[in-house]
Design a protein around this ligand. Structure first.
Ligand code: SF4
Ligand code: SF4
Length: 203
């Protein structure tokens, strides 16, 4: 009987659908090495020549003197908290984003307003620690309200002091205001109170 702890050795070689087909040229391994070195050396010398003649060579950004402007459209950059028409966050403080965040960098303090029947919960505070965020985008994927997005730009993200790299709710709401017309916020019922009644830590 086979011991379940004994690793099984695959006796037949597995073939993959995208297995590269090597011709005679590729099978002479040394020639491909020389070809690779020629390409790398050519790029290096071309960039070096541009550098020596005062032109920009390699794609290196000298931050903070220079900043890139050519981020891909789908780049996961700085977060934005989406606003409702009245400017309040669309977030309902459900804590899903903080729960799914693998780096555990989102901290939310929930507020509760019993007079707002449509959206009684909202974030009293919402903070992201950019010193530890890995820009995976899972928080955006997890949000059921489309309340948090990542735009392609990354302005002013790096900092010399880790303790100052927490982004507050106000900055997340206001640095690049975003609205979602598909999710209009129902108007508050006439005569309803305005202040949030109580707050509680959601995390
Ligand atoms: S992008 Fe990833 S690491 Fe950063 S806050 Fe969102 S879930 Fe966390
Ligand atoms: S941003 Fe979205 S997932 Fe995170 S607490 Fe707010 S509603 Fe929930």
């Amino acid at each position: 009987m086979t011991n379940p702890r004994t690793p099984q050795v695959r006796r037949t070689a597995r073939s993959y659908w995208n297995e590269p087909a090597m011709g005679a040229w590729e099978r002479v391994y040394l020639l491909e090495v020389v070809r690779g070195l020629t390409i790398t050396g050519g790029v290096f010398l071309r960039n070096m020549w541009k550098w020596c003649t005062g032109r920009k060579g390699a794609v290196t950004v000298y931050y903070p003197e220079e900043t890139r402007a050519d981020y891909a459209r789908g780049n996961r950059g700085k977060h934005v908290l989406v606003q409702r028409a009245d400017g309040s966050p669309q977030c309902v403080a459900c804590n899903l984003c903080a729960t799914v965040c693998p780096a555990r960098v989102i901290e939310i303090e929930a507020a509760f307003d019993p007079d707002d029947a449509a959206h009684p919960k909202s974030p009293a505070s919402f903070e992201i620690d950019y010193a530890r965020c890995i820009f995976c985008g899972l928080c955006v994927e997890a949000c059921p309200e489309d309340a948090i997005r990542m735009v392609k730009d990354v302005p002013d993200l790096p900092g010399p002091d880790r303790a100052r790299m927490w982004l507050s709710k106000d900055e997340l709401l206001g640095w690049q205001p975003a609205r979602d017309a598909a999710k209009p916020y129902p108007p508050r019922a006439a005569g309803a109170g305005s202040a949030a009644a109580s707050t509680g830590s959601a995390r």
